[in-house]
Write a protein that binds this ligand. Structure first.
Ligand code: SF4
Length: 817
């Protein structure tokens, strides 16, 4: 049985009819119509008597829109925006509208199966659930007995991030991994931005709730394409732009759809974003445009930094004992233990940072024989390397445009919004750190009109639910798996991994360098994958479990662009023998002898997850309320870091990061002087130089399609009608120089792999860049696949996959060796 040979003959007309869409096909495909995919009248037509509707939503890591499922005779006949226009679900995109196609995919996995033949051949034999579970349990028991609990690894992705799903919340499969003390594999994806920003803010910096965006005078978007990728995010901004209250500036190497709506578009060299930010900050400081009041009161800019150790000068360095809380007998020492010290201009002496009347922003001196300078000066030392001219040389942005950007960044209320593209290089954390530092330098954070960051709201569920035995499993980064499989060791401890369980994830396609992944997969004795469809990862499994679609279970979603929690109701029954993640966890738990931790019903677990979560307890959010209200916005005017207060030791932002710890620490070699202030390191490959530039002169970038979300539900024939096969976009000047014709098949290649796809001429792509859409599976390529060419190399601090940090070349298909 092959996963994707058969294709449905449903037409685009079928899509438009079924979704009630009234927009023209050209508008659906093209990128130039501002509201092409907006809400439509037909969606709210009166429901036929035999049709019911319920509230559902997208559970993958997009923006968690809610919408309505219309059900007739036990089948979903339509998905439509929420009647009444809830801001949380009135603008679903094509992917959401057509999502039920995955439920009715003719190639859907419906039964448990075991491999028949070699891994990768795609031959399967149907088995019963009893056989599947008893096989898994007997293998796992023997591995545990011989090699210990860490011998079983669990890889979870973002395919289903609802509370009971196995994605971000963890769900019952996460609970199972904890109870069995398995090895948790960190998927190392899209982590650099939050990690870099946390160096400054003490926590990942996230932007304000979307309803506030009209308070910004301007939005500066970095490597982010709202219109195509995050449709729901785009609308509040589009509304604000239409009202004329907000302008948009886009920084993106390529002329994206979002760039086409912008008041200003800046095309920079891929991987140069940190350098551009440093150049902007340098101009701001050199021209005295920085916000001194904010720096002094809301950051550690005035803290004195020891030049011998690069640590903050503290009270203990001056022989001052820390003041006990409430002790008024000691002056000039804060109640923070071992207080940071500043130079007070008024008293002309060193004092605790919060006791200074007039702290100095700049200055270099000897204190008790220790050479010190302010954190602000440390930052300026680095910024000073990025003159307009040098920044222009590095970024390929004109001096004029850098100056304009710097002036824009220093005036008015600003939302600096980051997508995931700018952080998808080895210097991704440097981008996050620099962007956050810019906001501190200009004081544009902590107000309705000013914020900085990505777009994620977390809803931390009850930790006791995830680890009822009190044990949180050990985490290893997927990027270390090659070494772990070779050595059986991680961080100096034994990790003799013999089995891998994959749920809500497709690492073979979504990870870095699929050929490398395949190498370490092939060293694992026994692989189990739970999925809906024949993904690239399923191909290499030994046992496949058919999981339920999110539209087939009741669950709870978090918001990402608004602070809300919403319900996603069970719209229909699962077909054939597909089972929910929760039921799969229950079945395995009983066979593994830990069934007592999985005895409650889904409803009881949802109550535990929601009612007893921090947010639930604080804001009175319960499952019962969600069932009635469907979605609850828990903070209509959510302002991140309100008033400039940050979750750090001092409550201030760190423009100087005293201790730079890696995102995941396994004792890797690290430069102790790196990362105290934002800096710029060259990308690994996306800056072709030397021999690499001769062999692979192009930077291979990726972007998100309107018709696909990662590889989730790639078996969506309606979306495949609009985007039928993978392509690569190339600037015509590059194509002509290589005798590549428009719409012809080409081979992309580098030392890790290749992909054969159609080349499409595109003037909106920078010369020297190739850009491909994400989310395709091996079976959709003529040969190879994009995931073969991505890299598993990573920055040792960030431990994140650098998806855009890829060098490649291109030639007409058939001209290779
Ligand atoms: S795919 Fe994303 S933007 Fe589209 S409906 Fe789902 S959550 Fe919303």
């Amino acid at each position: 049985m092959s996963g994707s040979e058969k294709r449905s003959n449903l037409t685009r007309r079928g899509l438009l009819k079924a979704t009630g869409a009234t927009v023209g096909a050209a508008a659906l495909i093209g990128g130039g119509v501002l509201r092409a995919l907006g809400p439509d009248e037909g969606a709210f037509a009166e429901e036929p008597e035999d049709q019911t509707k319920c509230r559902v939503g997208c559970c993958w890591t997009c923006v968690y829109c809610q919408y309505e499922a219309h059900v007739r005779d036990g089948k979903i006949v339509k998905l439509s925006p929420i009647e009444g226009g809830s801001p949380r679900g009135s603008r679903m995109c094509l992917r959401g509208r057509s999502r039920m196609r995955a439920v009715y995919n003719p190639n859907r996995i419906l039964y448990p199966m075991k491999r028949a033949g070699e891994r990768g051949e795609g031959n399967w034999e149907r088995i019963s659930w009893d056989e599947a579970i008893s096989t898994i349990a007997s293998k796992w028991k023997s591995y545990r007995e011989e090699f210990g609990p860490r011998s079983i690894a669990y890889y979870w992705g973002s395919g289903n991030c609802a509370a009971l799903g196995s994605g971000n919340f963890g769900g019952l499969l996460g609970r199972l991994a904890n109870v069995l003390e398995m090895t948790m594999v960190d998927y190392c994806t899209d982590m650099a931005l939050g990690y870099g920003m946390a160096r400054v803010a003490g926590d990942g910096m996230f932007r304000n709730g979307a309803s506030l965006i009209g308070n910004a005078d301007k939005v500066v978007m970095w490597g982010c394409n709202f219109v195509d990728a995050w449709w729901q995010h785009w609308w509040p901004l589009a509304d604000a732009m239409e009202k004329g209250s907000t302008r948009l500036i886009v920084v993106d190497p390529n002329y994206s759809t979002t760039a086409s709506k912008a008041n200003m578009w800046v095309s920079n060299r891929p991987g140069s974003d940190p350098a551009l930010l440093l150049g902007i900050m340098n101009y701001i400081v050199e021209n005295d445009l920085h916000n001194k009041e904010f720096l002094l009161n809301h950051s550690n800019a005035s803290f004195l930094i020891r030049q011998d150790t690069k640590k903050i000068l503290r009270a203990s360095d001056l022989g001052i004992l820390s003041k006990e809380k409430g002790d008024s007998s000691v002056e000039n020492v804060s109640e923070i233990l071992d207080s940071p010290i500043v130079w007070d201009e008024q008293s002309q002496t060193t004092v605790a940072y919060d006791a200074a009347v007039s702290p100095a922003l700049s200055g270099e001196r000897l204190v008790h024989g220790i050479p010190v300078k302010t954190a602000f000066d440390m930052l300026c030392d680095e910024l000073g390397k990025y003159s307009l001219e040098r920044t222009s040389e590095l970024t390929e942005v004109s001096v004029d445009d850098i100056r304009k950007l710097a002036i824009e960044e220093s005036e008015g209320e600003i939302w600096n919004i980051a997508g995931y593209a700018s952080q998808a290089y080895d210097n991704g954390a440097e981008f996050g750190q620099a962007l956050a530092t810019l906001a501190i330098l200009t004081g544009t954070v902590g107000r309705a009109g000013s914020c900085v960051g990505g777009s994620w709201y977390s809803f931390n569920t009850n930790p006791a639910f995830m680890a009822p035995t009190g044990t949180f499993v050990n985490t290893v980064p997927v990027l270390s798996m090659t070494d772990i499989m070779d050595s059986g060791q991680y961080a100096g401890e034994d990790y003799p991994i013999k089995s891998l369980f994959v749920a809500a994830a497709n690492p073979m396609s979504s990870g870095g360098s699929s050929n490398e992944i395949l190498e370490w997969w092939n060293k694992i004795d026994f692989i189990v994958v739970s999925d809906l469809q024949y993904s690239d990862s399923v191909k290499y499994a030994d046992i496949v479990l058919p999981c339920a679609h999110a539209l087939e279970v009741e669950d709870v979603l978090k918001g990402s662009y608004y602070p809300y929690v919403g319900i996603t109701e069970k719209a229909v029954e699962s077909p054939a023998e597909a089972k929910s993640d929760s039921d799969i966890a229950r079945l395995i738990s009983v066979e593994m002898g830990v069934g007592e931790y999985f005895e409650k019903t889904d409803e009881e677990y949802l109550r535990e997850l929601v009612d007893e979560s921090e947010l639930g307890l604080e804001r009175g959010i319960t499952l019962d309320r969600l069932r009635v209200e469907k979605d609850i916005c828990y903070d209509e005017t959510d302002i991140k870091f309100y008033g400039g207060v940050f979750p750090t030791e001092t409550g201030r932002a760190n423009i100087y990061c005293e201790t730079v710890v890696p995102r995941i620490d396994w004792g890797q070699e690290l430069d102790p002087d790196f990362g105290h202030v934002p800096t710029f390191s060259l990308p690994n490959e996306a800056w072709p130089r030397g021999e690499v530039a001769k062999k692979y002169p192009f930077t291979l970038m990726s972007h998100r399609l309107r018709t696909r979300w990662h590889t989730g539900e790639f078996e969506n024939e309606w979306m495949r009608e609009i985007a039928p096969e993978p392509i690569v976009k190339i600037n015509p000047s590059d194509a002509i120089a290589r005798s590549i014709e428009d719409n012809s098949y080409v081979e992309l290649f580098n030392e890790r792999g290749h992909a054969v796809v159609r080349a499409i001429y595109a003037d909106d792509i920078r010369p020297g860049v190739l850009i491909y859409p994400k989310g395709w599976q091996q079976c959709e390529f003529k040969e190879g696949g994009f995931s073969e060419m991505t890299s598993a190399h990573c920055n040792p601090f960030t431990v994140n996959t650098s998806f855009m940090d890829v060098a490649a070349d291109i030639r007409p298909w058939g001209q290779g060796e």
